[in-house]
Design a protein around this ligand. Structure first.
Ligand SMILES: NC(=O)c1ccc[n+]([C@@H]2O[C@H](COP(=O)([O-])OP(=O)(O)OC[C@H]3O[C@@H](n4cnc5c(N)ncnc54)[C@H](OP(=O)(O)O)[C@@H]3O)[C@@H](O)[C@H]2O)c1
Length: 337
């Protein structure tokens, strides 16, 4: 029988980063573990997610999610084991997905937890291929970009959690061509040799527009944007008549202290009747059952491969987050306690 400790380590944001976050902007602190009240569960976290959107929550600006509070535990996706419960919905030993990561033990409102089954899939996958990034890829490609069979697709950030899945879903759904960009030669090689991309390029090795022209000489129908900046401008140039783009992320600018200028070729959006649409994954929850069924099936059959980069130890969570921003991950970056 596991004994619940009296203290838990948790990460606090102690200073708002200006530009790239520094380790001193964070502190790992001990806090008392509280007993669950009525309707609450106490969860021992096993895996937590570090995601690019967390960088935005470190800024004190209005956005689609509120900023992290200073000197309070940060939050984010986590999967753990229920160790104490005052909810009829959960019992000790159950595994749950919830949003109070960045700490060893979390006191969670039962209404905000979702049961997950490690018999169906490894627990970490509920933070990646079968979780929020997976649904982002699925909804962003199929619903937002209105992907259809025969489309030629370009995805940036292609070797990351979302990107790796976008390219493979496009392939499985009958894309005529799937191309991607990533930040190392190893990632580029893996995209083609392991994940079924037709071609890929290292965006650090030359102008994106020129490299995109080489891998997609006939242009693209769909662009899935994880990066923004130069990638978006290049994609606008490569999109064909009535092309569509999902604006999912703009990680190239997340640590900028001065906003980047917008694409210089916006006028071609008019002539080519392009549709560029922003997305936030939580607007697409209605797709969740279909996503779990279809992507879960592909994962089980091996048709869709996923990858995780795992960092061990709660004390290394900030390093994992910063490493993810620097591109040290292939697939989903996970912290395992
Ligand atoms: N809208 C939504 O609801 C939603 C939901 C989830 C994610 N997102 C967005 O989707 C994107 C991908 O998220 P993810 O969770 O899958 O992260 P991820 O791709 O697994 O990790 C981030 C990756 O970004 C790349 N990167 C970092 N700086 C870059 C730069 N200057 N230019 C190009 N690439 C850079 C790095 O790979 P390289 O080695 O290739 O540089 C890094 O591995 C992010 O922009 C994120 O904010 C949006």
């Amino acid at each position: 029988m596991s004994v619940t400790p009296t203290t838990s380590r948790e990460w606090h944001l102690v200073a708002r980063p200006h530009g790239w976050p520094k380790p001193e902007d964070f502190a790992l602190r001990e806090a008392a573990v509280a007993e669950p009240g009525e309707g609450q569960i106490l969860v021992r976290n096993i895996h937590m997610s570090v995601d690019p959107y967390m960088r935005g929550r470190m800024n004190d600006v209005r956005s689609y999610v509120p900023p992290f509070e200073l000197d309070r535990p940060m939050e984010g996706g986590a999967v753990g084991e229920v160790v104490a419960s005052r909810s009829d919905a959960f019992k000790p030993g159950d595994h749950v997905l919830h949003s109070l990561g960045w700490r060893e033990y979390a006191l969670v409102e039962a209404a905000h937890a979702v049961k997950v089954d490690q018999e169906l899939a490894p627990l970490s996958t509920y933070l990646g291929v079968l979780g929020m990034p997976g649904l982002t890829a699925y909804a962003g490609l199929l619903e937002v970009a209105s992907f259809k069979e025969g489309d030629a697709v370009f995805v940036s950030g292609a070797a990351g959690a979302v990107g790796l899945q976008v390219g493979q879903i496009a392939r499985l759904k009958g894309a005529s061509r799937v191309v991607g960009s990533a930040g190392t030669d190893e990632k580029v090689k893996a995209l083609v040799e392991e994940y079924g991309f037709d071609a890929a390029f290292n965006y650090k090795k030359g102008p994106v527009a020129e490299q995109l022209k080489q891998v997609a000489p006939d242009g693209i129908d769909v662009y899935f944007d994880n990066v923004g900046g130069e990638h978006l401008e290049a994609a606008i140039g490569a999109l064909k008549l009535h092309g569509r783009a999902t604006l999912c992320g703009a990680i190239a600018g997340y640590n900028d202290t001065v906003p980047q200028p917008g694409p210089h070729n916006m006028i071609s959006i008019i002539g080519k009747r392009l549709r560029l649409q922003g997305m936030i994954v939580r607007d697409h929850q209605a797709l969740q059952p279909q996503f779990v069924q279809e992507v879960g099936g592909w994962v089980r059959s091996g048709e869709l491969k996923y990858r995780e980069t795992v960092v061990n130890g709660v004390e290394n969570a900030v390093d994992a987050f910063l490493g993810m921003l620097r591109g040290e991950n292939t697939g989903k970056m996970i912290v395992t306690f």
